[in-house]
Structures are given as structure tokens and as C-alpha cells.
Design a protein around this ligand. Structure first.
Ligand code: NDP
Length: 454
């Protein structure tokens, strides 16, 4: 069985054993399991109560407590609602002060960084942006001014390694075209930085393994940014499945499509993208089938379509359909397209009910419904919960993992397993046959994100 990360195991939360000592490196030291102190023991020593979570900043000092319900540090306001019958108005817990947050370098200032990730930083409680990496220095300076990043913390792809000397940078968030993820992750690990890498992890399973090995060797964490796994409604469905509320699973149906424009964009270039809609948007369907069910598929049959007369699809497929079969007898039927109007949805059906999201996978506007028997009638129930910024949740999860020396919920192994399945899907489409998928050699996920701290 492979270890997820050498310095921490799923379920085993560890903290550096001397949080009051300054660390020599730029990042919080990720100590081996044996060198850490079990979280429970540490919390008893500090006397802050079992629910308190401690954050250590760049200096390695105990810097802030993130209070949880019942904790004396929690901000207390009188309740208007009856908590037995109504959701209490939530009062944000105190966030870590700016000088105590985990520092990020954003690598690549494209659409996702500018439109989602950087704005989301203002909603983070434990994270801050301290450096930018871009091939366009004018853009980077403007963005730096907007987000308060110093000019001497703006780098390009040639000066990347100089960040080794920037102690404020603890995590490099790689937001580059897919074909560049492996190189910039390996280079980040080599200078002692933790890595948060966008999906898909890379363009081959060989590259994914190289990224895992590089981070393991450097004793740095690697997390893949599967934001849906940190999104509240997706998490609610995964919990219902675990509690068997849907009964035995039978089918999953999912689609993720968008109509792409510019034929010159990197998403249509095989080397930079690793494929067409499958690794870009189809991966959400694939990852949801695995994460919502907690099961791993053992076989896939797939087909892809590439029209000869559309200049957008000279190198990559226009659409993909695949059916994943799972050992317990259910199947997931998924499709993804680059030539259909935006459409994102899934439905998970069990013997006793179903749960769906439509839209699913998006940044906002998500809707959830469930179907179940109520008083002898087939009922459909809409569930709408307060939206939260998925990017802020996933980034703060990474920060808490760095501070606690804990394996992220979606480490490199999670991305590697998706990439193995992507390769099996393409192989099935090429051969026209069902392809077996090996079970991963060990767990692919770390501990669940701590809902209370979000
Ligand atoms: P963009 O094309 O908008 O941005 C990519 C950026 O990478 C560019 O702006 C550029 O930044 C930099 N870059 C460096 N070299 C190249 C190159 N050869 N070609 C193109 N860009 C280059 O892409 P996105 O922001 O949409 O996607 C980036 C990553 O994020 C991808 O891996 C994608 O899959 C993922 N993604 C994830 C989403 C999610 O919801 N989690 C949603 C959208 C994307 P600069 O000019 O600063 O150097």
C-alpha cells in the first residue's frame, strides 16, 4: 500500500511538536509522523479544549485559535432563532490576522486566477496572497497593486526559483495550462514550497507520479484543487450516501458541457491540455462519481467524437461518453462536450431515493434536489442552502493542512487516480472495448475537511 504523504496518514492529525521554535525554511516544516505530536495530546497540553484548532504562521509560533462551537474563544451573540427548528444566523469566527495567515504565490494570471482565485482570497480566513508569477510583467504589476503584493514579490517563469528566498511564500498555487502543472509543481517542491495545483493534475499518470514523488521527497504537501469536494451541497450528498439514505446505489448520470470558441486557445492544443472536454470538464463527472460514492470503478467503456470539419477539434475530441462500472454493481454514465451550450448536472440514484444537482459543478447558482417517498407518495424536495465560496474553502483547507501538518483531503493520489481513469477512457474509445481499471494501491484521500472551521 502506498503512503499518501510521508509525514501524515489519513485520520492521523499531527502538529509540529515545537510550535514555538522558528523554522529554518521558508515554509512551516512538515515533520515526519514520528516527529509530530498527536493533535489530541497537543490540545490537552495547550488547554484550549478539544475543539480548538491552532494555526502556526511563518515563524512557527502558535498564532491564532480558530474557535468552533462550544469553544470559549468563539464570538458569542444571543440567538434569535430556536436552534431546534431553525438554522442559526451564522457569525463568522475571527479569522487569522494577516501576518498570521499562510502565504500563497499565484502561478499564472489567467481567467481562473483573476476572476475567481484572487477575489476569493478576501473571503479566506487563514490564507493570503503574497506573490504572483506571470509571463506578463505589466499585468502582474497591476494585479499586484490591486491585491497589495509587493513589486519585489512578482516573479516570472525564469525567476521562479528566486521564491526560495521569499519566506512569506509557503504554498505555490499552480493555475497554468494543464501541460505545465507537472513542471511547475516539481520546481516548487524543489525550492521547499507546498503546492496547490489546479485540476486536472497533469496530462499523464507518469507526470502525476513525478509530482507526487517530488513533493514527497521534499516533504511538502501536494493538494489538487477539486473544489467540488469542498462545496457544501456536494458534501451533503456524499454524507447521505455514506449514511445509506439513498439505499444501495444503482446509477449515476452526469454531464458537463460548454461551447468553446477561439480555435487557437490552449484548451484545444493536445500537448497543453492533455485532451479535450474529458480532462477539462468531464473530470468533474468522473471525480463526482468517485467522491460521492466513496467507491472506485473497476471497468470503463467509452467513445469519443471528433468531427473532421470543425477547426476547433484538430487535436482533441469534441465530446466524450463513458460508462464506469463499480464493484458493488452500480454504474456511472457520463458525458462531456466542447460543442454544446453550457450544461452541468448530475443525478445519483439509489434503491430508496435519489439526489441531484442541476446546475452542478459551477462556481455559483448550484441547486440540489432529492427524490424520496414521503407519506406513501413519491416526493421531490428542493434543497437550497446558503452559497459559500468554494475557492475560499479549498484554499483555507490547504492552509489548515500546512498549519496542522496534515494530509490534504484531495492530495496528489486523488488526481493520479482520475488521470489513470482518463487514460482508460481514451484507451476504451480507441479500442472499442471495455477496459479494466486497477483499484488504487492505497487511499486516495486524506481526512475530510473540517466543516466547523469554514
Ligand atoms: P487561462 O488560459 O485563462 O490562463 C492560463 C494562464 O497561464 C495564462 O493567462 C498565462 O498567465 C499562463 N501561461 C503560461 N504559459 C502559457 C501558455 N503557453 N499558454 C497559455 N497560458 C500560459 O486558463 P485558465 O485560468 O482558465 O485555466 C488555468 C488552469 O486552471 C487549468 O489547469 C484549468 O484546467 C484550471 N481551471 C480550473 C477551474 C476550476 O473551477 N477549478 C476552472 C477553470 C480552469 P500569465 O500571462 O500570467 O503568464
Amino acid at each position: 500500500m502506498t503512503q499518501l504523504i510521508p509525514q501524515g496518514q489519513p485520520g492521523e492529525h499531527t502538529l509540529p511538536d515545537d510550535l514555538n521554535q522558528s523554522h529554518a525554511g521558508a515554509a512551516i516544516a512538515a515533520k515526519p509522523v514520528g516527529g509530530g505530536v498527536a493533535r489530541r495530546g497537543f490540545l490537552q497540553r495547550t488547554g484550549t479544549g478539544a475543539a480548538a484548532l491552532l494555526l502556526a504562521g511563518v515563524t512557527g509560533k502558535v498564532l491564532a485559535a480558530a474557535p468552533t462551537p462550544g469553544d470559549p474563544n468563539r464570538v458569542k451573540l444571543s440567538l434569535i432563532q430556536d436552534p431546534q427548528t431553525e438554522q442559526a444566523e451564522s457569525t463568522p469566527d475571527p479569522a487569522a490576522a494577516p501576518d498570521q495567515r499562510v502565504g500563497y504565490a499565484i502561478v499564472g494570471l489567467g481567467r481562473l486566477s483573476l476572476n475567481q482565485i484572487l477575489p476569493a482570497m478576501s473571503q479566506c480566513k487563514y490564507s493570503k496572497v503574497v506573490a504572483l508569477v506571470s509571463g506578463d510583467s505589466d499585468k502582474a504589476r497591476k494585479v499586484g497593486r490591486q491585491y497589495g503584493v509587493r513589486e519585489d514579490a512578482i516573479y516570472d517563469y525564469h525567476t521562479y526559483e528566486r521564491m526560495a528566498d521569499n519566506r512569506e511564500v509557503q504554498v505555490m498555487y499552480v493555475v497554468l495550462p494543464n501541460g505545465m502543472h507537472a513542471e511547475y509543481t516539481v520546481r516548487a517542491a524543489a525550492i521547499g514550497k507546498h503546492v496547490l495545483c489546479e485540476k486536472p493534475m497533469a496530462v499523464s499518470s507518469v507526470e502525476c507520479q513525478r509530482m507526487i514523488d517530488a513533493c514527497r521527497k521534499a516533504q511538502r504537501f501536494l493538494m489538487i484543487a477539486y473544489r467540488s469536494q469542498y462545496e457544501a451541497m456536494d458534501r451533503m450528498i456524499a454524507r447521505r450516501v455514506k449514511e445509506k439514505q439513498l439505499g444501495p446505489l444503482r446509477e449515476f448520470i452526469a454531464g458537463n458541457s460548454q461551447n468553446v470558441g477561439d480555435p487557437a486557445q490552449w484548451r484545444l492544443n493536445l500537448a497543453l491540455a492533455g485532451g479535450g472536454p474529458l480532462p477539462d470538464v468531464g473530470i468533474y463527472c468522473l471525480n463526482a462519481a468517485r467522491f460521492l460514492s466513496g467507491e472506485e470503478p473497476h471497468e470503463v467503456i467509452a467513445s469519443v467524437f471528433r468531427p473532421a470539419d470543425d477547426p476547433r477539434f484538430r487535436e482533441v475530441e469534441q465530446s466524450v461518453h463513458f460508462v464506469l462500472r463499480f464493484p458493488s454493481g452500480w454504474s456511472a454514465t457520463c458525458m462531456a462536450s466542447y460543442a454544446s451550450h453550457e450544461s452541468r448536472f448530475f443525478r445519483l440514484q439509489g434503491a430508496q431515493g435519489w439526489a441531484e444537482m442541476n446546475p452542478a459543478f459551477g462556481y455559483n447558482g448550484l441547486q440540489m434536489r432529492k427524490g424520496t417517498l414521503v407519506e406513501g407518495k413519491n416526493a421531490t424536495i428542493d434543497i437550497t442552502i446558503d452559497p459559500e465560496n468554494q475557492f475560499a474553502r479549498e484554499i483555507d483547507h490547504m492552509s489548515l493542512c500546512v498549519a496542522r501538518n496534515q494530509t490534504p483531503h484531495t492530495p496528489g493520489e486523488e488526481g493520479l487516480q482520475d488521470q489513470r481513469i482518463v487514460e482508460a477512457i481514451y484507451e476504451s474509445a480507441r479500442s472499442g472495448r471495455a477496459v479494466r481499471i486497477a483499484q488504487p494501491p492505497g487511499p486516495t484521500r486524506g481526512p475530510d475537511p473540517d466543516e466547523e472551521t469554514f
